[in-house]
Design a protein around this ligand. Sequence first.
Ligand SMILES: NC(=O)c1ccc[n+]([C@@H]2O[C@H](COP(=O)([O-])OP(=O)(O)OC[C@H]3O[C@@H](n4cnc5c(N)ncnc54)[C@H](O)[C@@H]3O)[C@@H](O)[C@H]2O)c1
Length: 449
Amino acid sequence: MNKNLQFIDRRDFLKRSALGAAGLALAPSLLAKAQANGKLRIAQIGLGAMGMEDLKAIASHSLVEVVALCDVDSRAIDNAKKLYPQAKTFGDYRVLLKELEDDIDAVVVSTPDHTHAPASLMAMKMDKAVYCQKPLTHHVSEAREMKKVAEKKGLVTQMGIQVHSFYDYKLATLLIQSGIIGKVHAVRAWSPKNWGFDGPEPTGSDPIPEGLDWNLWLGTAPERPFKEGYYHPGNWRKVMDFGCGTLGDMGVHIFDTPYNALELDVPRTIRNECRQPTGFGFPEHNVVTYEFPSTPFTAETLTWVWYDGPGAPSDHPDLQLPNGDQLPDQGAMFMGEKGRLLLPHFMQLPRLIVDGQYKEMDIAQFNLGEPVKDYAEESKKHYHEFVDACLGKTECSAPFSYSARLTETILLGVIAGRFPNQTLNWDSKKARFAEKEANKFLKGKYRKF
Ligand SMILES: NC(=O)c1ccc[n+]([C@@H]2O[C@H](COP(=O)([O-])OP(=O)(O)OC[C@H]3O[C@@H](n4cnc5c(N)ncnc54)[C@H](O)[C@@H]3O)[C@@H](O)[C@H]2O)c1
């Protein structure tokens, strides 16, 4: 145990800080002392493109100590070790967690999607606080399990949707909830990214790159040969056994504000217009339509339509901008009874459109301060919020109690891609589709590795 925190059990402390204001009221002197002296000891699992961003952002908090680094590719470890030479290094997160159980307080999980839940749940069962990348999980069953464990243990958790803490996204939430466009009946959101793959599954195998432990990379997923350019790094997003396609990758960010602002919970129906499944990659083009029951901020039904793939979105009158302006590359448009609100993804202010014209908005009323123009600075907020929550100073804004529901909603649309052009009916209480054949995709079968 860190000697600065020996006056309280660190696990109790991290759990209690999840209670936010209540926790602060319970033990202000202990918390104040911890804040003054204690450092949050972090293990970073996954050191690829985003893992390095996560690591640098979280370590930029003055009360963070990077204790351990883990990746199944030794080249990634070598790279990270240059920045944090004092950290212990591991190839297997299971070994890390067992060996350092008493020496770490929190883990950051930045692996491919299929490993989010296995690594996070192991850490959570050891009472560690967890910052896990988006989408929270690969399967609906895993999202439910992570939410359940986090809530039962009262752990501090945050999903890596850093834009959730950005000025523009917060502003859009406040604007929608202020009723600026009245009750919202539809949201259209789009990303032209292509994390799909319409080709066939590759045959044969390529030599496994030196330093990569392919068995550990596969983890709980079914065994398959290594093929250069198909999986590691990055391209695993396109493959059903490991990623969640473009909807899973970008939808979690872009749907976050509508989901949050409109206080959506569980969709009633989901339909994905896309090609027939190949059993290997996700479709390269998807149009996914969700219907949600009403909330205080919506009309009787809320329709959410997602467009992805090259060329997305296709033309729709709802997406026409004043003066023939071009739509931002990625974003969301809210349609309400009094007008439309455009929310570009990201670092651009939302725009109000009424009767086909842009309209000025009084944003000073929300006391959000000045918009932040520096992406790196703006990104740090979400990580620092997690650290501060672990230290009992605040609460996380995207804890698993919220982000597991958001992820589940996104994953239902991913599953609908296996049943093209068919409307699926979701029963959240039973965690079942009415269409029985879809239920087998709610859960994965873990391989022993
Ligand atoms: N929030 C964002 O803006 C954002 C942006 C990009 C990626 N992401 C998310 O970050 C995660 C990682 O994406 P990426 O682009 O860095 O992928 P990547 O393929 O570049 O990196 C993944 C890293 O994890 C390592 N890894 C794989 N299995 C591991 C295991 N069992 N234990 C430890 N390390 C393991 C790989 O070797 C690799 O270095 C994904 O979930 C992705 O959705 C989030």
